[in-house]
Structure formats: C-alpha cells, structure tokens
Design a protein around this ligand. Structure first.
Ligand code: ATP
Ligand code: MG
Length: 276
C-alpha cells in the first residue's frame, strides 16, 4: 500500500461510492503476503496508544460506519486488540433510548467522546442520525438536512479540544454482504448475530448509498476526515485502518511526560538498597 491518502475524502468533493473498489487490496497478493506489515502496524498501534495514555494531552476518536456485515466488529477487534484495555473503550450507537431521544441528537455522542489520553471507538456513531434516520424518514428532511453542519461544528469542537477524529466507512459490495449473510446462516455460532432488520435493510441499499455519499461529501473536513476503506477483504480493511490510525497518531509527535520525581536520586537509592 503506497499511501493512505487514496482512501481519504478530500473536503468539498462529491463522493460516488461506485468509484471506489471494495475489493481493492493494494499491492498485496494475499493475507499471508501482508502478514508482516499487519503485524508491524499492530505493534505501532500498541506503542502509540501507550504514549497517548501516558502523555494525556490528546485523545483519539474513531467513528466506524458500514452496511450490515461490513466488519465493524472485526476492526474493533483488530485495532483495540493491539492496545492496552486500560485507556480504550467502545461506544455502541443503538436505537436511541427515550432519554436520548429527549435530547439533541449529539448529546449521546458528546457524552461518549474520549477524555484526554483515551481511545474511543464509536461502533456506529452520530452519523446514524443522517443515515438510518434519513433513509426511514424518522424525522423530517428539514431536520436531518441541518445536521451535516451541526456535525461538522461538533467535530470541530472536539478537535479544538485535542481530539483526533478519524472516520471510517467500511465499504463492502452488495454481493459480499450476501455472502457474509450466508456464512452466518451456515455457522450456528453466528446465528445470534442475525437480525430481522439486517435483511430488511438490504432492500434500502441504494437509499443508504445515497445517504452515505452525502455524509461523506459534506462531512469530510480537514480537521475530521472521512476514509472509504475497501472492506471486501477483511485483512486489507484491518491493515488500512490500522495504518491510517498509526500515521495520524505519529503526526501528533507525542512525548512521554517528564518525570515528576528525581530519577537519579531514586536510582542511587535503589542501588544502595541492593547492596545491603
Ligand atoms: P451488530 O454488528 O452486532 O449487528 P449493530 O451496530 O448492527 O451491531 P444492532 O443492535 O444490530 O447493532 O443495531 C443497532 C441499530 O440501531 C441499527 O439498526 C442502527 O441503524 C440503529 N440506530 C442507531 N442509531 C440510531 C438512531 N439515531 N436512530 C434510529 N436508529 C438508530
Ligand atoms: Mg446489526
């Protein structure tokens, strides 16, 4: 994979998902051929999260969106699996509760956003409020159409507070989704994952594509970019996300905080105690 830039949506561009190949796998021939690189980025993720946690100046928010079976769970496993659970959290965005519905749509997102030093993955996100909500007319167009600007302002506020915001759309084809539904049907250990709504939502595929294209076009900003990740190959999807996260964390030039104690003094005491 030459550069992560190819996955980033330039601010102000008009996204057409059919221009993105969900089966893209860079220069890699296979999962096996990419294994070393995958391992490399996992090690880096581990080290960078340790630094983020130690420094406590920045935080990282990863938003994951995808059609059903797109691989959100897989990415969460891959990225957080490389990290120390202390300092990481997943925030799922399900159908809003009565309390959440009684607030503005960003309320629950703001509450779940990371504190300094923390990594948080939104499993679905505040974007559901311009996706499922738009596709199913859960609020009038006059309401959801204002939300793009509101989302951009909200994310800008997070960024101004030292949060790195990275948003990933895991892009699978309709055929790949069907294949994955079938695999779930064939595997009793995956039956619990199947919900009625997943199949029903398939009928709205084109409407979701339209809603995603607008969200990606209107909300990929310089401060909080969207990435369209080719996700038909699970290993490539994981590698691409990990690499993008690594490169953005590296750019923060984080440093461990200076010690608050006299290290030399403690070292002398340690050696003196050892001699006794
Ligand atoms: P899994 O991959 O395990 O199925 P999931 O993210 O699909 O995870 P579910 O509990 O199956 O979780 O689905 C959550 C549902 O909540 C989704 O259908 C999603 O569209 C819906 N949802 C999320 N946010 C909103 C919202 N603001 N308004 C209405 N529905 C929402
Ligand atoms: Mg689901």
């Amino acid at each position: 994979m030459k550069s992560i830039e190819r996955f980033k949506i330039p601010p102000g561009s008009k996204v057409r998902l059919k221009d993105f190949d969900p089966s893209f796998k860079g220069g890699h021939k296979s999962h096996e051929a990419a294994a070393k690189e995958i391992d490399h980025y996992q090690q880096k993720l581990r080290a960078l999260q340790d630094l983020l946690y130690g420094e406590r100046r920045h935080s990282l928010l990863i938003c994951l969106q995808a059609m059903d079976t797109g691989g959100k769970d897989g990415v969460i496993n891959h990225v957080l699996g490389a990290m120390n659970p202390q300092g990481c959290r997943v925030a799922p965005f399900k159908e809003p509760s009565a309390e959440e519905l009684a607030h503005d749509f960003l309320w629950r997102a703001h509450k779940a956003a990371p504190a300094r030093g923390e990594v948080v993955i939104f499993n679905r996100s505040h974007y559901e409020d311009v996706l499922v909500v738009r596709v199913h007319n859960l609020v009038p167009k006059s309401v959801w159409s204002r939300r793009y600007d509101q989302i951009n302002a909200f994310e800008q506020e997070l960024v101004a507070n030292s949060t790195q915001v990275l948003k990933f759309f895991l892009h699978i084809s309709a055929g790949e989704q069907l294949k994955r539904f079938k695999q779930r049907l064939d595997d009793p250990a995956k039956h619990w994952k199947i919900s009625e709504s997943d199949y029903k939502e398939r009928a709205y595929w084109d409407k979701y594509v339209e809603a995603y294209e607008d969200a990606l076009s209107r909300c990929s900003t310089a401060h909080a970019p969207w990435f369209v990740i080719p996700a038909n190959h699970k290993w490539f999807r994981n590698l691409a996300v990990a690499r993008i996260v690594v490169e953005h964390l590296e750019a923060l030039k984080m440093k461990y905080p200076a010690p608050t104690v006299d290290i030399e003094h403690i070292r002398r005491e340690y050696h003196a105690a050892k001699k006794k």
